[in-house]
Design a protein around this ligand. Structure first.
Ligand code: ADP
Ligand code: TRP
Length: 317
């Protein structure tokens, strides 16, 4: 059973990425890649991409992805993905892409409506199909893209025979949508994130700034639907979560204290990861070697799949 997931190296990793996409696949036979081609459809500043990809690589490793077991690589280390994307695009109905929410949302938020942004789901399907992935852990917002990938694989198979496995998404239901400090979905594009590897002071400050209602200290606080609980429920032990919930329900604890406890919990939960990241960053040679090894392994798998595809469509580069 092969797991595969990708993340755009567009900024520092946040709690939403961790609970939505990284944790569900850690310790599986997994392919993880940094979607740097995809990142070009966004607002990334020219000249920054290489550094961001390097950072994201360290982030993944610090989160427990083992570079000896998993295959971790940059998307652009396997440029053959574009060859596959082209074959796939020839069987992709326009209507399928026109229905994608993500394109409309991004254009609505001011991203340039480029062909790259529109064709994004085709490249994403190629990312998945090029490595014969069985399961793709992603956050809820990527579910439609996964359905599109399955549709495209199905169309290709209908035309050329059974070349591709149909990948399945894994949406970690219990993670659902991780809320950001303003209560909306945590997202880089909303500027409401809690960054996993931010300095302690910054992280505490961000948590103390979480938007809450004006319930007085003595009164019970609403639990379900609150941002504080939306984060606490993902961390700590069962007993700790029950205790926190109890303090909210009982009243007598102000939001300031509740936020402080949340900050302590977040810092404790991620302390080992933060230490590991520092350790990794101090050995760039080792990191470089892992990156190269990951790219070589990914390319080998991709080559085998492409042979199958080329034989089916009748090309021979
Ligand atoms: P962002 O919204 O910050 O740009 P990305 O789109 O790069 O994040 O997301 C990378 C991965 O993390 C995707 O699989 C996505 O579904 C998951 N993810 C991002 N934000 C959240 C969130 N708030 N809750 C759950 N999963 C999330
Ligand atoms: N579109 C995904 C995101 O924005 C990143 C991504 C690109 C991806 N290719 C993928 C995720 C293939 C899973 C599988 O989060």
């Amino acid at each position: 059973m092969r797991y595969l997931s990708g993340i755009q190296p567009t900024g520092r990793l946040h709690l939403g990425n961790y609970f939505g996409m990284i944790r569900p696949a850690v310790e599986r036979e997994a392919y993880y890649f940094l979607a740097d081609y995809h990142a070009l459809t966004g607002a990334a500043e020219p000249g920054k991409l290489a550094g961001l990809a390097q950072d994201a690589f360290l982030d993944l490793l610090a989160c427990g992805v083992d570079p000896e077991k998993a295959v971790v690589f940059r998307q652009s280390a396997v440029p053959e993905v574009h060859e596959l994307a082209w074959y796939l695009s020839t069987v992709t109905p326009m209507g399928l892409l026109e229905r994608c929410h993500s394109y409309k949302d991004k254009v609505g938020k001011g991203l340039s409506p480029s062909h790259g942004l529109f064709a994004y789901p085709v490249l994403m399907a190629a990312d998945i199909l090029l490595y014969d992935a069985d399961r793709v852990p992603v956050g809820q917002d990527q579910k439609q893209h996964l359905e599109v990938a399955r549709d495209i694989a199905g169309k290709f198979n209908d035309k050329y025979g059974p070349v591709f496995k149909l990948p399945e998404s894994i949406i970690r239901e219990e993670a659902g949508v991780v809320p950001g400090v303003d209560g909306q979905k945590m997202s880089k594009s909303y500027n409401n994130t809690l960054e996993l590897f931010a300095p302690e002071k910054e992280l505490r400050k961000a948590i103390m700034g979480i938007k809450t209602d004006s319930t007085p200290v003595e009164a019970p606080k609403a639990v379900e639907g609150s941002t504080l609980w939306g984060l606490v429920r993902l961390m700590g032990t069962e007993a700790e979560r029950a205790e926190y919930r109890g303090r909210m329900e009982k009243g007598g604890t102000g939001y300031g204290d509740l936020k402080k406890s949340l900050a302590d919990l977040v810092l404790r939960e991620f302390e080992p990861l933060r230490k590991k990241r520092e350790e990794l960053a101090s050995d760039p040679v080792r990191v470089e070697r892992w990156m190269k090894d990951g790219a070589a392994k990914a390319r080998k798998t991709a080559e085998l799949v492409l042979q199958r595809v080329r034989a089916a469509v009748g090309t021979k580069p």
